[in-house]
Write a protein that binds this ligand. Structure first.
Ligand code: ATP
Ligand code: MG
Length: 405
């Protein structure tokens, strides 16, 4: 893609209200644009990142048997009254029509997915089922802050699974947790599996996936020796206590951002909607449900919080909008650009006629993994620099093509 064609360019001016690095860098680099507090547009390069994160999540959900669907955002009030959410969920956005009919905007979708799936399940033969969607969510957050880490509108993957027994749920719960760790690893993130309370309806514990960052809003205690980790909000322990799991490590406190979570919902929703199936013994039974969320847009922000320097963003390869950022100095890089594209390499070519210094600064701000410079001075050789390194290499075109493959 040619940078001159992209309508959203970089800006030298940081946005006025930016309180976090992700808000500042993503806006200055022209990846996102804030419409109002907690609501953002994703611009051409930003949408590429969001799509890449989304596709990694999708692949891993399909790999564990998830069936992708797309459910409505506009929900009837009745469904939310049946589960009690209309009264109890403070972040639920409520909408009134011109004839005073009331609706909710989806903040999570148990109220839609449970009747959708269990309305079709008559016998235990049909279970288990796992469905997921990747879609916008709406929450009336009191303070929408921290850039795209906390939106009033945000992009989420939500999966729901339905099981014949609690034991069968438990098996899938572990499979889903493993898939989550694989997803975060592919995204370049280390997520800690953290014990937390089960939310408004449940006494059970849930698991949150936490990435350490000062821009997060949670405090967690993690063991210095083993994988044990707990959210401070519910924890009986405190910082410096001995770990109750391994009895070797000490609990350390850290700020973190929740990038995903998994919940054991039990039979609550099946019972609320009174949707039963016939079990092996011929008895009426309510299905056991789990729900599994991943904050796709929040992850984009967390990645920027983790991977940047004073000059800009440093995208991990798996989510970078382009692998290569090509700049020409003096000579015309048009034919090199074509050759790279023909070789299947994804290239952002800065073809603008502006000062070289500006092009170099933009390359750092935009954060592609590899920067290439074609310059008159190098006798046809091409300069390669990784965004993560200071080292510069001069390569012939054939060496370059080998390197990039
Ligand atoms: P938090 O404690 O941060 O409010 P939550 O417990 O309300 O999160 P869930 O309802 O389980 O989160 O939503 C699933 C995932 O969606 C979260 O793990 C998080 O990554 C993301 N998420 C939740 N709320 C927001 C928000 N307001 N903006 C962006 N992402 C969010
Ligand atoms: Mg919340």
């Amino acid at each position: 893609m040619k940078y001159s064609k992209i309508f959203s360019k970089t800006s030298k001016q940081p946005p006025k209200e930016a309180d976090t690095i992700n808000h500042r860098l993503l806006t200055q680099a022209g990846y996102v644009d804030q419409l109002m507090a907690g609501v953002y547009s994703y611009l051409p390069l930003g949408l590429k990142v969001l799509n890449k994160i989304e596709n990694i999540v999708r692949e891993e959900m399909v790999a564990i048997g998830g069936q992708e669907i797309l459910m409505p955002i506009l929900h009837p009030k009745t469904n939310w009254e049946i589960t009690g959410g209309w009264q109890s969920i403070d972040v639920l956005f409520k909408v009134k029509s011109r004839i005073d009919k009331e609706y909710a905007l989806g903040q999570s979708e148990e109220e839609v997915v449970t009747p959708l799936v269990l309305g079709r399940v008559k016998s235990y033969h049909q279970l288990p089922i796992a469905v997921f969607q990747i879609h916008w969510k709406y929450r009336d957050e009191l303070r929408a802050k921290s850039g795209i880490l906390r939106g009033r509108e945000f992009y989420m993957k939500d999966m729901y699974s339905f099981h014949e027994t609690q034991e069968d749920f438990q098996v899938f719960y572990e499979v889903a947790k493993k898939a989550y760790l694989k997803i975060f690893k592919r995204l370049g993130l280390t997520a800690k599996v953290t014990e937390a309370s089960g939310g408004s309806f449940s006494k059970k514990i849930s698991y949150e996936f936490m990435v350490l960052t000062d821009a997060g809003e949670d405090d967690i205690l993690y063991c210095s020796e083993c994988d044990y980790c707990v959210n401070v909000e519910i924890a009986k322990e405190k910082s410096q206590d001995e770990c109750k799991m391994c009895h070797k490590g000490k609990l350390m406190i850290a700020r973190a951002s929740e990038v995903g979570n998994v919940f054991d919902l039990g039979q609550k929703y099946a019972k609320d909607f009174n949707l039963s199936f016939t079990d092996k013994e011929g008895n009426k039974q309510f299905a056991f449900e789990g729900c599994y969320g991943i904050g796709i847009s929040r992850i984009m922000g967390v990645i920027v919080e983790k991977f940047h320097d004073k000059d800009g963003i440093i995208w991990p390869e798996s989510v970078a909008p382009f692998q290569v950022h090509l700049i020409s100095i003096g000579s015309d890089a048009e034919s090199l650009y074509k050759e790279l594209c023909d070789a299947g390499i994804s290239v952002l070519y800065d073809d603008r006629e502006i000062a070289v210094g500006q092009k170099l600064a933009d390359a750092d701000l935009l954060g592609m993994p590899i920067r290439l410079i074609l310059s008159d001075k190098n006798n046809g050789k091409i300069e390669l620099k990784k965004r993560t390194e200071e080292k510069v290499e001069l390569l012939t075109k054939s060496d370059l093509l080998m390197r990039l493959h």
